[in-house]
Write a protein that binds this ligand. Structure first.
Ligand SMILES: Nc1ncnc2c1ncn2[C@@H]1O[C@H](COP(=O)(O)OP(=O)(O)OP(=O)(O)O)[C@@H](O)[C@H]1O
Length: 238
């Protein structure tokens, strides 16, 4: 039985103009629905394949600020979110999340600034700007991870060392065991290794489920580490 907060998404492409760039994203061609069955779902695929566009649309359609944060974050420094949020319908489950966070690597600075502005005596600021990029990013993720929460993360690995990616992996895993749901865009072969997640790949002109070992992140990392010299010889010599 599917007991996720966000169980799936239906697309109505009639609501999108024919000349919109959204209609040129190959992975979206003809897609009518996508199901989220597991507590952890990953979106993987080549740069520009549409992962962040879909994650952002899910976030906005669910009531999050397009630039990230909790549902209480209402600000806009750069209003560029796509109209995909108007063309999707989210299927919600019988459970309602107790908390949620939309985390994006690309607008982290603005969210950290807002967090300071929103702070008060009962909610003191975590002062993310006074930490390193990776420290603050992990702290922000950790401070917002709670059981029964809904989390949409866009490339959370961007600032993290491999060691801290492992820390995040453990925390995502244990939070998911306590009723949370995660949808995560990632290129990290470490995060993708979380057991029992669904991995949606946006390559080959469609969004389809794939195995961990089939992802480019895994295959290219494995190939590079195991055949480094041979690959470098090939890549670096004409
Ligand atoms: N405002 C926009 N106008 C036109 N095209 C856009 C706009 N925003 C995004 N795109 C295009 O939509 C496509 C999908 O972008 P998206 O950011 O979703 O890719 P992605 O899979 O998340 O890539 P990455 O792994 O690099 O983050 C890209 O080709 C991008 O150039």
């Amino acid at each position: 039985m599917n007991d996720q907060f966000l169980q799936g998404v239906l697309f109505d492409w009639n609501r999108i103009d024919n000349d919109s760039y959204l209609k040129r994203i190959k992975a979206f061609k003809g897609i009518e629905k996508l199901v989220f069955n597991k507590p952890i779902t990953f979106f993987v695929g080549e740069n520009g394949s549409g992962k962040s566009t879909l994650l952002e649309a899910l976030a906005v359609a669910h009531g999050f600020n397009p630039e990230g944060g909790t549902k209480n974050y209402v600000f806009s420094t750069h209003d560029t979110h796509s109209e995909l949020c108007d063309a999707i319908r989210i299927s919600k489950g019988y459970r309602k999340e107790k908390w949620g966070y939309f985390l994006r690597a690309e607008s982290f600075y603005n969210v950290a600034t807002k967090e300071e502005e929103y702070a008060d005596l009962t909610h003191p600021s975590a002062k993310y700007h006074e930490k390193s990029h990776g420290e603050s990013f992990l702290a922000l993720a950790q401070n917002n991870l709670r059981p029964n929460g809904l989390y949409l993360f866009d490339e959370p690995e961007a600032a993290l060392s491999p060691q801290r990616q492992l820390t995040l992996l453990m925390q995502i895993y244990s939070c998911a065991k306590e009723g949370a749901q995660f949808i995560i865009v990632t290129h990290s072969p470490i995060l993708l290794g979380i057991p029992d997640a669904d991995i949606y790949c946006f390559d080959d002109g469609r969004i389809h489920l794939c195995e961990y070992e089939e992802t480019e992140s895994y295959r290219i990392t494995e190939m590079f580490i195991n055949n480094r010299q041979m690959l470098l010889d090939k890549l670096l010599t004409d």
